[in-house]
Every structure is written in C-alpha cells, then in structure tokens.
Design a protein around this ligand. Structure first.
Ligand SMILES: Cc1cc2nc3c(=O)[nH]c(=O)nc-3n(C[C@H](O)[C@H](O)[C@H](O)COP(=O)(O)OP(=O)(O)OC[C@H]3O[C@@H](n4cnc5c(N)ncnc54)[C@H](O)[C@@H]3O)c2cc1C
Length: 603
C-alpha cells in the first residue's frame, strides 16, 4: 500500500481557486459554508478515511462479500464505516436541516466522496446508494414515506438501493417485467426479480429499502408504463416492529473487482406477500429515476477518477523508489560502473506518470464542475439555473464515462510503471486495475452514454446546450489570452472548430434520417468530445495557476502551480492531438459497421 492515496492541495485548488466554490454561500441554502468550515469538513473526512477506510482496502479484496446460508456477509469494517459515516452526517449531507441533513453543496459532497473513494472504493457505495434512494423519496415521495424511511436511512440503520436491472432488462429498461398489482389499501403487491443490486443485503443493516422499478398491471408497454416503488425488505407493522416483506436474497455475485461491495440477486413476492408503496405518480418511475441519474452518474465518474488517483500515487511512489537502468550519456553510451538511476529518471516513465496525472486531475476538475452546476441549478434563479441545468445535461455522459474509460488507461499505465511487479498480488496496482473495470458498465455502459450524448444531448433544443458550451469555452479562451497562455488558447480554439465541424457533419446524417449512420460511431464521438472537454478543464486550471504565479499570492507553492501548467501542456501535446485522428474516423463516409456489414465477417 502506498503512503499517500490522494492530494488535498489539488482538491482545494479546484474547489476554491478554479471553481470559486466559496461563492456558493451567497445563496441562502448554502449560507453556512464558507471556506473555513469546508476546510474543517475536508480535514475530518480525510482523518476518517485514513483511519477507517484505507487500511481495509486490500483486505476487502482478499475477504470479499459472499453469500452463505441465505445471508450476505460483508467485511466487518463495513459496520464501522456506515456508523461513523452517518455520524459525520455524510449519508444525508445534501438534505435540508429539517430532515436531518446538512444542506451541504453537491460540489463539497463530491469533494468528500472523492477522498473516501480514493481511500477505499469498496466501502463507499453502501452509504452512497442509501443517499440516492433516500433522495428519491425526499424529492418525489409522500410525507408518510418521507417520515417512515428517511430518518433511519440517513442514520445508517437502514440501507437503500436502486433496483432497476432484471436478467432480460439491462441497458433496455423498457423490457422490465417486475409487476405491481394494486391492493385495496392503496399499496401494491410486488412480484418479480432484480439482479446485480448493489448493497442489496448484508448483516449490518436492520432493513433495506429497495427503490424498485415495476410495471403496474395493465400499464402501457415500454418506458411509459414504468412506476417507482418503495419496497422494504422488512415492512413496518403498526406497533413499529419489523416484519418480513417477502423480499428474498437469492445470491451475491462473485466479481473480478470491487469485491467488498456486495451485488445481490433479489426475488420479490415468491410467497405472494411482498408489499410496495408507489413513489409519486403512476407510470412516471423511469422519469424520476433518470432525474436522479445525473447524481448517480457523477458518483460513478467520481469513483473511477478516485481509483485512478489512488493508483497514480501508488505508481508515483514506486517510480521514486525503484532503481533500474542507467542514463545514456552525451556520447550515446551507458556507464555500467555508475549506480542505476531511479526509474522516474526515464522519460518514458515520466510520460506514463504525466499521462496519469493529466487524466486524473482533469477528470476530478470535470466532476467538481458538474457538481457545482448541479448546485447552481438548485439554488440560482431564472436563466442562471436553466443554463446550469442545460450544461450539466450535456456534460453528464462525459462526467460518467471519461473517468471510467480514461481511468482504466491511467491505471494500466500505472501498472506498467511497476514492470512485472505490477502483475503480482504483492502490489496494489492490480487491485485498482480490476476495481475500476466496473465503472464503464454500471449506471449505463459507455455505449449507452455515447448514444445519450450524440443522440439526445447534442441535438436537444436545436443544439442549445452545444451553443452554451461553446460560449463557456470561449470565455476560458479569452481569459487564457490575457494571462500569457496564448499558445494553449489558440490550440483550444482550433480544437473547438474541429468539434463544431465534426458535429455538424454527423448531424447531417440525422437530418437525412440516416440514424444508423449517425449513431454508429457514437462511442468514438464520446471519446473525441470528452478529450476536448477535459482540455477545456485543463485550460481553466492553467488560467488560475498562471494568475497565482503572476500575482505571487496564491495559496499554494510555486512548484504546485508550475506543475499544473506543465501537466496542461502535456495534455495538449499528447492527448488533445488525438482529436485529429478521431475526427478523421468520424467524418469518413465509409461505415464498416453499418452499410457493408454482414455477420459472416466476424466468423
Ligand atoms: C457489479 C454490478 C453492480 C450493479 N449495480 C446495480 C444496481 O445497484 N442497480 C441496478 O439496477 N443495476 C445494477 N447493475 C446493472 C448494470 O447497470 C447493468 O449491468 C448495465 O446497465 C448493463 O446491462 P447488462 O449487463 O444487461 O448488459 P446489456 O444491456 O446486455 O449490454 C451488453 C452490451 O451491449 C451494448 N448495448 C446494449 N444495448 C445497446 C444499444 N441499444 N446500442 C448499442 N449498444 C448496446 C452495451 O453497451 C454492452 O456493451 C450492476 C451491475 C454490476 C455488474
């Protein structure tokens, strides 16, 4: 295990200097959060992560969650983590004071989640999903549901889940068949099964509240007939005691990574005695779930960026300690009588380290930017709120999938730095390599995020989100020009033109009704556009770093700010340049996966 798993200075730099998060306290809801109070919160969560999460990271992989005698058993430390997390107020942190929350801005919430995810990504989902489930009840549920469930959930006594997936309905939720039959008392009989339900059952919570998507008998086919229900594992009797609600855990899926985080198979109503209570109105379930999805997708992106961050610090430490090979002198020879150098001296190793740093810090900046947009959507008024929402909608598929996809690349490079040792269980890189793999799959696969971006978000409201995004990028470019960052500003201008041109060409397919063609390379487009979006984030960070260097009154050291500028330049040279080849693929009229494709080609 490495001595260090994250960088608090970088986190604070993005929060306070790049995003000016402390200005959020001008809004009444967030009035209590000035910089000093957030600093205290960050320090206390870091201390919690150091003591209760990080030391158990490896052990949770070695002693995974498992299913024995009809029960899911998770690592004993999960009990402590849930209890202390709830005590720190982390489960309901964003909720109103009146219902036991802290009214913490989302941007700070994700800063805290980042610390926890860096320390131990196996443990954070238990609280995170409980937050998501309680939030659905908070926003759409009746007062009765709120009173009954939210207090116990945010106290960590009851767990919460999001139960969507069924064996035949993964990406395509319109195919789900879990059924809800109305009862005379206004509740519903629920029957069906859900698979892959994270945090769905274990020995340390008295009850589990499954926010379950189901179809009311006779409801329209497809997504228009899906409703949302609260289905507790145990229902609350009139005297307050808990009774079985006929939700049976049939299994826990053994997995390649994130093994401490249980993934359950739930059977509802096998004995005809499973009761559920509808949240909101009938047939609106998927709409409710999707409104919450923005949060869940930021959460997955945050998890991926955090795993890759922790992996970066592990490989950086190794590179600073491992002697191997010698430098070539000016005559082109190696002096074998000299001591070997540390591998960080080799440019190729430095390239891999800089690649990791540029990915993980770029991803973190994007995640926190999106979180702040979510806050502005909630608290700002009029156009400010609408624009924040529009931009967040556009960026969400990228916030979810860039950290997942490029986080894998980042960890892969980290593992490479360890040479053969990276492949062994003696070192932690292989665990991060396995753990991050899930983030491209759950909460909508990368392919599904790509379809959402190109098929829905780019064309929505006649391209209004894209136009708004272009205006935001222009503001950063103008600022960069004033701060002696002309070269990078002009590079980003050129790349923005590439985005506009390529997107325009693709939209012509949609206008001509050639949707197969339009969406065939949506994942390539996601890669292309994401690379640009993170380039924009790097220029934003570079502006603040340059400003601090010019004024000499930044909160961090000169080395710190120079490292941001250097990493930005690295990203522009090695990553942003990839956009040209991706654009070439995207505008090529030949479509090898649509027009001339026959199944036999793969034989
Ligand atoms: C560890 C783990 C935890 C999970 N936690 C939860 C949870 O808490 N709650 C929950 O409800 N679910 C959960 N899931 C389920 C997860 O969200 C689904 O596995 C995921 O949405 C993909 O569905 P699927 O596995 O059925 O794959 P499929 O939908 O069968 O997809 C297979 C492949 O086909 C592609 N594909 C599918 N449809 C299309 C299309 N229309 N166009 C282009 N490509 C397409 C996909 O991108 C993918 O590459 C979890 C899964 C795992 C493995």
């Amino acid at each position: 295990m490495a001595d260090r798993y994250m960088n608090l200075d970088t986190l604070r730099f993005i929060l306070f200097e790049v995003l000016e998060g402390d200005k959020l306290n001008q809004y009444e809801r967030f009035a209590d959060y000035d910089r000093a109070s957030v600093d205290i919160l960050i320090d206390s969560v870091k201390a919690f992560a150091d003591k209760e999460l990080y030391p158990y990271f490896k052990e949770m992989d070695e002693k995974p969650a498992h299913f024995t005698d009809g029960q899911v058993l998770v690592h004993p430390q999960i009990k402590e983590i849930i209890a202390k997390g709830a005590e720190l107020g982390l489960i309901g942190s964003g909720f109103e004071y009146e219902i036991g929350g802290m009214q913490l801005p989302t941007v700070y919430n994700y800063a805290l989640v980042h610390i926890l995810d860096c320390a131990n990504n196996h443990a954070t989902g238990y609280g995170g999903l409980t937050t998501g489930a309680a939030n659905l009840i908070r926003v759409y549920g009746s007062d009765e549901l709120k009173e009954k469930y939210i207090p116990k959930m945010i106290a960590g006594e009851w767990g919460g889940t999001m139960a969507l997936t069924e064996p035949q309905a993964g990406s395509s939720l319109s195919d789900l068949t879990t059924e809800a039959t109305p009862r005379d008392d206004g509740s519903y009989d629920i029957s069906g099964q859900k698979i892959f339900i994270s945090g769905g059952d274990h020995q340390f919570c008295d009850n589990f509240i499954h926010l379950t998507l189901a179809r009311i008998k006779g409801a329209p086919a497809g997504t228009k007939g899906i409703s949302l229900f609260v289905v507790p594992k145990k229902r609350i009797a009139d005297d307050g005691s808990l009774q079985s609600n006929d939700v049976v855990t049939a299994a826990d899926f053994p997995k390649m990574g994130q093994k401490g985080y249980c993934t359950t198979h739930l059977i509802y109503g096998e004995n005809g005695n499973c009761q559920g209570w509808m949240v909101g109105d009938p047939n609106q379930g998927l709409k409710y779930m999707f409104r919450m999805m923005n949060e869940a997708r930021i959460s997955v992106g945050c998890g991926a960026a955090s795993m890759a961050t922790a992996a970066y610090y592990a490989s950086l430490q190794y590179a600073k300690e491992r002697p191997q090979g010698r430098k070539i002198n000016r005559k082109g020879v190696k002096d074998v009588s000299s001591d070997p150098v540390l591998i960080i001296e080799h440019p190729d190793v430095r390239r891999m380290l800089l690649l990791q740093k540029s990915i993980v810090e770029g991803a973190l900046s994007l995640i926190l930017e999106a979180s702040k947009l979510s806050d502005l959507h909630t608290v700002a008024e009029g156009t400010d709120s609408e624009e924040a929402h529009l931009l967040l909608e556009l960026l969400t598929p990228i916030v979810k999938s860039y950290p997942a996809e490029m986080g894998k690349v980042s960890i892969d490079n980290g593992l490479q730095i360890l040479g053969g040792y990276g492949f062994t269980e003696d070192f932690i890189l292989q665990q991060y390599y396995r753990d991050i793999r899930i983030t491209s799959l759950y909460e909508g696969t990368t392919g599904i995020q790509a379809l959402d971006l190109l098929g829905r978000k780019v064309p929505m409201q006649n391209g209004a989100a894209m136009q708004l995004f272009a205006r935001e990028v222009s503001k950063t470019i103008e600022e960069a020009k004033k701060l002696e960052l002309r070269e990078s500003a002009s590079e980003l201008t050129h790349r923005m033109e590439q985005v506009t041109e390529t997107t325009g060409k693709l939209l012509q397919y949609a206008a001509a009704g050639e949707y197969d063609h339009f969406l065939a390379d949506a994942t390539v487009y996601l890669d292309f556009f994401s690379t640009f979006v993170v380039g924009w984030q790097w220029l934003k960070m570079a502006c603040r770093a340059k400003e601090a260097l010019l004024s000499g009154d930044g909160a961090f050291s000169t080395d710190f700010y120079e490292s941001k500028l250097h990493t930005m330049r690295f990203y522009y040279k090695y990553e942003l340049s990839k956009m040209t080849s991706l654009a070439e693929v995207l505008v090529d009229e030949q479509s090898l996966t649509v027009d001339s494709f026959r199944a036999e080609i793969l034989g």
